[in-house]
Design a binder for this molecule. Structure first.
Ligand code: FES
Ligand code: FES
Length: 178
């Protein structure tokens, strides 16, 4: 049995230890924010945070995650109050949206390290692929999120999600409070 922490909750997976973390999160925990894009570590659609670092969850087994702290996009905020979420919404950024959870996770991890990254730092740290080509808007949104974090800019409140957090928790058991 493989044990680690997902979104601040202890979890045990009764799965083959070689199971990719992405599949444990999506299939066993119903945390479907991280996406399967390439399965080869290239696209970053499956990006989650492991011990504070951006990790391609298709490339790490649950055995390798043993004892570590995993955070998925579902834990960013329940009400779109995270600065990265605010910047993404204010920028009307996504096109098809498939890559965006991974982009948002990579951006939030970068911004925790430096809230004022340069274009070069953004390009170096966010190596995710967007088939819709949203890269210029992503760079702008990362900088906007940094300004929001530093208190230099406010964006108008994001519209309420189409589903209330309590209803989402009923529909997605893994989102329920412990
Ligand atoms: S699905 Fe993991 S890097 Fe593409
Ligand atoms: S928004 Fe479509 S892949 Fe990035």
């Amino acid at each position: 049995m493989t044990k680690f922490t997902v979104n601040d909750r202890p979890v045990q997976y009764r799965m083959d230890p070689d199971t990719p973390l992405l599949w444990a999160l999506r299939d066993a925990s119903n945390l479907t924010g991280a996406k399967y894009g390439c399965g080869t570590g290239d696209c970053g659609a499956c990006t989650v945070e492991v011990d504070g670092e951006a990790v391609r969850s298709c490339q790490i087994s649950i055995a390798e995650a043993e004892g570590r702290f995993v955070t998925t996009i579902e834990a960013l905020s329940p009400d779109r109050s995270n600065p990265v979420q605010q910047a993404w919404i204010a920028s009307n950024l996504p096109q098809c949206g498939f890559c965006q959870p991974g982009m948002i996770m990579a951006a939030s991890i970068l911004l925790r390290k430096t809230s004022n990254p340069s274009d070069a730092e953004i390009n170096a740290e966010i190596t995710n692929i967007c088939r819709c080509g949203t890269y210029p808007r992503i760079r702008d949104a990362v900088k906007l999120a940094g300004r929001i974090m530093r208190g230099e800019e406010l964006v108008s409140g994001a519209p309420a999600p189409g589903i209330a957090p309590a209803d989402a928790a009923r529909a997605v058991p893994s989102l329920r409070a412990p």
